[in-house]
Write a protein that binds this ligand. Structure first.
Ligand code: ADP
Length: 160
């Protein structure tokens, strides 16, 4: 069985993430979507909320997905799940440096774990969780950019 781990902050999940997940599911039999905390980012939604939104948005794929929160080193998570592939998405050259450093670090500490990159769909190249939050904060429409459950949650959080 081919398995992979797709880690991220998912604060909140966007259609850009959804697209990467759907495409990764074409390559792997099982995908572990792992919600992590990025020490460089202050999350807007709690880990529980982020996991909840992902689970709701992806409920039709549930048999091939496992969605959970993990606090710790990603490599330890991947080993625990006996998975030797990490999936990341790439949007622009600006993502490259950070991702390159991460992938090198992971290779240094776990030689048998490979990081693979899936290119964004053009339509979502500009899309990030922070842009979505900025739009929602100023009462703009995020329709078409995030799953319905996220649109609802953003309204609850930022709606007037
Ligand atoms: P992190 O804080 O780990 O970067 P994110 O939740 O921001 O977590 O992103 C998780 C992964 O999804 C990253 O590899 C990121 O590059 C990718 N990603 C985010 N948005 C998009 C998008 N619009 N298209 C493709 N990949 C994306």
């Amino acid at each position: 069985m081919r398995t992979a781990v797709y880690p991220g902050t998912f604060d909140p999940v966007t259609n850009g993430h959804m697209d990467i997940i759907e495409r990764a599911l074409k390559l792997f039999d099982r995908l572990y979507v792992v919600v992590a905390d990025n020490p460089q980012k202050n999350a807007t939604f709690t880990a529980q909320e982020r996991v909840g939104m992902l689970r709701e948005a992806l409920k039709s794929h549930n048999s091939r997905l496992e969605i959970e929160y993990f606090s710790g080193l990603l490599l330890d998570y991947a080993k625990k799940k006996k998975s030797n592939v990490i999936v990341r998405g790439l949007r622009a050259i600006s993502d490259f440096e950070f991702e390159f450093q991460r992938a090198q670090f992971n290779r240094e500490f776990a030689k048998d774990i490979e990081t693979i990159f899936i290119m964004t769909k053009d339509d979502y190249a500009f899309l990030s969780s922070s842009i979505i939050k900025e739009i929602a904060m100023f009462q703009g429409s995020v329709n078409g950019f995030v799953p319905a459950v996220v649109e609802k949650k953003l309204k609850e959080k930022f709606g007037k």
